[in-house]
Design a protein around this ligand. Structure first.
Ligand code: GDP
Ligand code: IMO
Ligand code: MG
Length: 447
């Protein structure tokens, strides 16, 4: 079976966790390739909501191996408590969780620097303040701490001293704060490293061996295309390569081994943090934006911040299609639009009154963009009980087809609620054919 990438097509929180969980049991391995605890991936099973930050969303499929790749950045205390929480909930991770020895460690100093940078700049990104940016900065600056460094206490102490007493610590001291004691940070990191050690491996080597032995891999993206460090709306982006292309470097897997790419997008748009969002509905209490927020429970999985909501942005989605070449897309949270008599789609952009056909390179230009709109009829029907494509109201199917046509990709899956059972794979679609779907395999799996 082909190896499949599942990638966010908007500004993150598209429902990747739910889709990965849905498909994971068709794969031998689920592997995360970038990001860290800035991610919050939700999987809801039998009414129980699980929020994952470091651990891939294949965790709830017993027997599926899960890999945290070299392209990720890890907050060890948070990751260990996530592992403990899953084990306490009866999810056995021993012998099936593999953490790259090349992944980078988020030191408390990095999270401190993230918060300080946000507080002391006129260009606030609205980061999750988990230390993501400073940790990737240290990685690119070749002074980062990797998982493999945790084993040798003396070497680790030297490297941490260099960070805390060097330029990174200086940035913290210069703003009147204490970057912490290098020895205490070392002691904690070393102890955490020992606890994590049973899971640590050369995951690039393992993945390639497993693929050679005929196992298939689902590559799980974090964040979304418009938050990509290069292609997103810079500087209002995260610090990693979120697009499908990032998986090759983030896991050590050749592009020749990627068999398909599934884009995940909401039936509308959300964004958390600062930066331009052309189709935003900042229409206040009682407005459509607030209705979407309430119905979609649009509050950050990681930070609890209210997400900014708006209509579907087809220009941004087409841009995501260009960068990722989705074989098909999954449209999630369709049910959120159930009550609206009319639905709008941002189909084009006007920049300073002139039509443009691409996402602008600068945030200043993106902030000046005015969308051009198309209005389509709503369906005013509860879709949350739909389990087959034919169960969806005709206007909902027409909306999905319109999105597919605007993006240039087939809508292969639709989400009608947060639960594992509330996804419909379109019969005969690329995904259904490639992975022997629609799910579930037997009617007994439902409800
Ligand atoms: P991720 O970061 O891409 O994994 O997405 P998040 O988990 O951060 O946010 C998606 C939210 O939407 C979560 O609360 C999910 O439980 C929820 N969700 C996912 N799919 C659907 C859907 O089809 N309908 C509804 N109503 N909620 C959904
Ligand atoms: P998942 O994987 C939504 C946003 C932050 C901020 C910007 C930079 O759950 O989709 P960072 O802390 O990464 O330096 O913040 O990116 N952001 C996300 N938004 N979903 C996420 O992850 C995000 N991870 C980061 O809000 O705007
Ligand atoms: Mg999320």
């Amino acid at each position: 079976m082909a190896n499949l990438a599942v990638v966010g097509a908007q500004w993150g929180d598209e429902g990747k966790g739910k889709v990965v969980d849905l498909l994971a049991d068709r794969f031998g391995v689920v592997a995360r390739y970038q990001g860290g605890p800035n991610a919050g991936h939700t999987v809801t099973i039998d009414g129980v909501r699980h929020a994952l930050h470091h651990i891939p969303s294949g965790a709830f499929r017993p027997g599926v191996k899960i890999v945290v790749g070299n392209g990720t950045v890890l907050d060890l205390p948070k990751m260990l408590s996530e592992i403990d929480g899953l084990e306490a909930a009866g999810i056995d991770l021993s012998d099936r969780l593999f953490v790259s020895d090349r992944a980078h460690v988020i030191l408390p100093t990095m999270a401190q620097l993230d918060a300080l940078s946000e507080a002391s700049t006129d260009v606030r990104i609205g980061t999750t303040q988990k230390g993501i940016g400073p940790t990737y900065e240290a990685k690119a600056g070749r002074v980062g701490i990797r998982i493999a460094d945790l084993a040798d206490r003396e070497e680790l102490a030297r490297k941490i001293r260099r960070l805390v007493e060097g330029p990174i610590g200086k940035r913290i001291r210069d703003s009147g704060k204490d970057p912490g004691d290098a020895e205490a940070i070392t002691a904690r990191a070393h102890a955490d490293g020992q606890r994590l050690a049973p899971y640590v491996a050369d995951t690039a080597l393992l993945l390639n061996r497993w693929i050679d032995a005929g196992e298939s891999v689902l590559f799980e993206g974090a964040q979304g295309t418009l938050l990509d460090l290069d292609h997103g709306c810079y500087p209002y982006v995260t610090s990693s390569t979120t697009i499908a292309g990032g998986l090759c470097a983030g896991l050590g897997v050749s592009p020749r081994l990627v068999g398909g790419v599934l884009g995940v997008m909401k039936a509308y748009a959300t964004r958390v943090g600062e930066g331009p969002m052309p189709t935003e509905l900042a229409d206040g209490p009682g407005g459509i934006g607030q209705t979407i927020r309430d119905r979609g429970r649009e509050y950050g999985t990681t930070t609890g911040r209210p997400r900014r909501c708006g209509w579907f942005d087809a220009v941004a989605a087409r841009y995501a299609q260009t960068l990722n070449r989705f074989d098909g897309v999954c449209v999630t949270l369709l049910d959120v639009l159930d009550p609206f008599p009319e639905i709008r789609i941002g189909t084009g952009y006007l920049l300073d009154g002139r039509p443009i056909d691409a996402f602008p390179a600068t945030a200043a230009a993106a902030a000046r963009v005015e969308p051009s709109w198309e209005t389509v009829p709503g369906w005013r029907t509860d879709t949350t009980g739909a389990r087959r494509w034919e169960d969806l109201p005709a206007a909902a199917r027409a909306y999905l087809d319109r999105l597919g046509a605007l993006i240039g990709a087939e809508v292969a899956v639709v989400g009608v609620g947060p639960d594992r059972t509330q996804s419909i794979v379109r019969p005969g679609s690329w995904l259904a054919r490639a992975f022997d779907l629609p799910l579930p395999a037997s009617p007994g799996d439902l409800r």
